[in-house]
Design a protein around this ligand. Structure first.
Ligand code: F6P
Length: 319
């Protein structure tokens, strides 16, 4: 491998910059030329690539967002778009591509790999919805943002003996709600993976208030319903007013935690080394602290299992 490119795609996540830095500096360390693709697959189709040097990734390890910017590109979903992307890389003599992103970005990497481009995927999404890795880059930071927000909400909810519904991100995956819910002692966690009954949620809230609890926090992943609908449904059933907070894109910004920076740094370097060893069409991940690769085809065709053990624990502890 003489020359590689790196891009970030889909929704951004904290730690993407640390991953870009790692890919660029690891490649340069091994004498490989690196190009940064601006705005994800859209930039690839527009031939928007620039050579990266050591200094072009300076002062970014601590920054949220992505210096390469990102996009959700419709054209790249078509076979013609994918072929065009592969042609751009070939014409520039680029042997390998590191794609940092979530599920949609992995689908694109999978297609490019089938068109003969050596590709490596790095899991960059706050959702933690990529299988064959315990964690994705950005998830740890997003969870700590949610926990911090709930700490603040809890103060004022307790003063007023109120109930609060907090809507967090996660269209298909409830991991942000699950981890933040367990870490912040939420009374109820609602996720797309587990069916729930608002009658039970409402009854539980009422009983808890009657038994002397002074606040109630319900955390809902956006894929399980909107905060507004859940709050309205609860109030209708138990007569207790629930205040709604939608955390939205706040969860995707800000300084990455040390966990995300370290994960990104390890994975970026790993992806480059695997490309050098001739590997291609793989998603990189971390399982029980070990760096692993999995066929990207398998990654995109597998649903990440939901951690029911943790879900049940959160439920037992939030009486
Ligand atoms: O995939 C990351 C994510 O933040 C999801 O949690 C959320 O549903 C989605 O992106 C929001 O996308 P957008 O920023 O395009 O509205």
């Amino acid at each position: 491998v003489k020359s590689i490119a790196v891009l970030t795609s889909g929704g951004d996540s904290q730690g993407m910059n640390a991953a870009v830095r790692s890919v660029v500096r690891s490649a340069l360390f091994h004498g490989i030329e690196v190009y940064g693709v601006q705005r994800g697959y859209q930039g690839l189709l527009n031939n928007d690539l620039r050579p990266m040097d050591l200094r072009s990734v300076g002062d970014i390890i601590q920054r949220g967002g992505t210096i390469l910017q990102t996009a959700r590109c419709k054209e790249f979903v078509t076979p013609e778009g994918q072929q065009k992307g592969a042609d751009v890389l070939r014409e520039r003599g680029i042997d390998g591509l590191v794609v940092i992103g979530g599920d949609g970005s992995y689908q694109g990497a999978n297609k490019l790999s089938k068109l003969g481009i050596k590709t490596m995927g790095l899991p960059g999404t706050i959702d933690n919805d990529i299988p064959f890795t315990d964690y994705t880059i950005g998830f740890d930071t997003a969870v700590s943002i949610v926990v911090d927000a709930i700490n603040k909400l809890r103060d004022t909810m307790t003063s007023h003996e109120r109930s609060s519904v907090v809507e967090v991100m996660g269209r298909y995956c409830g991991d942000i709600a699950l981890y933040a819910g367990l870490a912040s002692g939420a009374e109820t966690i609602l996720v797309p993976e587990v069916a729930f009954d608002l009658d039970v949620v409402s009854r539980r809230m009422k009983e808890n208030f009657q038994s002397g609890k002074r606040h109630s926090i319900i955390i809902v992943a956006e894929g399980a319903g909107s905060g507004e609908d859940i709050a309205a449904g609860i109030t209708q059933r138990n007569g207790i007013e629930a205040r709604v907070t939608v955390l939205g894109h706040i969860q995707r910004g800000g300084c990455p935690t040390h966990n995300d920076r370290i994960l990104a740094s390890r994975l970026g370097d790993f992806a480059v080394r695997r490309l050098m060893e001739g590997d291609s069409g793989k998603g990189c991940g971390i399982i029980n602290g070990e760096l692993v690769v999995t066929d990207i085809d398998l990654v995109v065709n597998t649903k990440k299992p939901f951690n029911m053990e943790m879900y049940n624990l959160a439920s037992r502890l939030s009486q």
